[in-house]
Ligand binder design. Structure first.
Ligand SMILES: [Cu+2]
Length: 261
């Protein structure tokens, strides 16, 4: 009972301090992230923030949404990544942890850019904010070590799968939480999450030709995300080797190169 009481007091303190902060509407949006791009269009200002420049793979982006006078907005939102490629255009997988509404000028979303910007085409993120359109051009680069692997299913040779590397972002010697997400290309505009796959996991140190014990193969949690444990027994170059299976049949063998000191 005493513990419950102190939790209530703690909550009350948190609540009161949260309220006093929000007296100034500009404090409704706070972030430690880096501003990547900003655009004002059709009376709205959209600013994109992330911890690093956008890359081919699973990105976490926060949008700050204001009117022209700097007031933070709330309402309904639809976000669509688009790549224009001369003769055609296509979207990419995207996740909305907050759903399709936003409050206090802040909206989080996670697009999985499937290719880099360049001569092949250019990316933009299309927002529909309370039914007003804003398009933010963005630059997407290929990271030094791939964080997205795509392959045709070995089973039907027509389904194109995309496996995105999420964690560990900062690998350490020992056991690390491993998280990946799987999507497929259904059409130019539909890139659904793939649930119900099974994985085998084998971390491999290519230069020294050995693996490691105490790994847990990633298993489906929700929305096409798979979580497991990868154990690195030393620093250096590792390959996270995966086998993706559907009902016991191998679809593909994606791997991610990792390097840490
Ligand atoms: Cu493209």
């Amino acid at each position: 009972m005493k513990a419950i009481k102190s939790i209530f007091i703690l909550l009350a303190i948190v609540f009161v301090s949260a309220c006093s902060d929000s007296d100034d509407p500009q404090l409704g949006f706070e972030t430690d992230l880096t501003e990547i791009n900003s655009i004002t269009e059709n009376g709205l200002k959209v600013t994109l923030f992330a911890s690093e420049d956008f890359f081919v793979g699973y990105n976490n982006i926060t949008a700050k949404i204001e009117d022209e006078n700097g007031n933070l907005l709330s309402g309904d939102i639809v976000v669509t990544p688009m790549m224009d490629m001369m003769t055609m255009s296509h979207s990419s997988p995207i996740e909305f942890p907050d759903g399709t509404t936003f409050q206090d000028g802040s909206f989080n979303f996670s697009p999985v850019f499937v290719m880099p910007s360049g001569e092949m085409g250019s990316w933009s993120i299309k927002f529909s904010i309370n039914e007003t359109e804003v398009t933010v051009p963005v630059e997407v680069s290929a990271p030094e070590k791939a964080r997205l692997v795509s392959f045709m299913s070995m089973m039907d040779e027509t389904t194109k799968y995309f496996v995105a590397y999420i964690d560990p972002k900062d690998p350490q010697v020992g056991q690390n939480d491993l998280e990946i997400a799987v999507f497929k290309k259904q059409s130019m505009m539909e890139w659904p999450a793939v649930t119900g796959m099974e994985f085998e996991l084998e971390p491999w140190m290519v230069s020294m030709d050995h693996g490691s014990p105490n790994n847990v193969a990633p298993a489906h949690t929700e929305n096409g995300h798979y979580k497991g444990t990868v154990n690195f027994t030393m620093t250096g170059d590792w390959q996270i080797r995966l086998t993706m299976k559907d009902n016991g049949n191998t679809c593909g063998t994606p791997y991610f190169d990792i390097y840490f000191q």
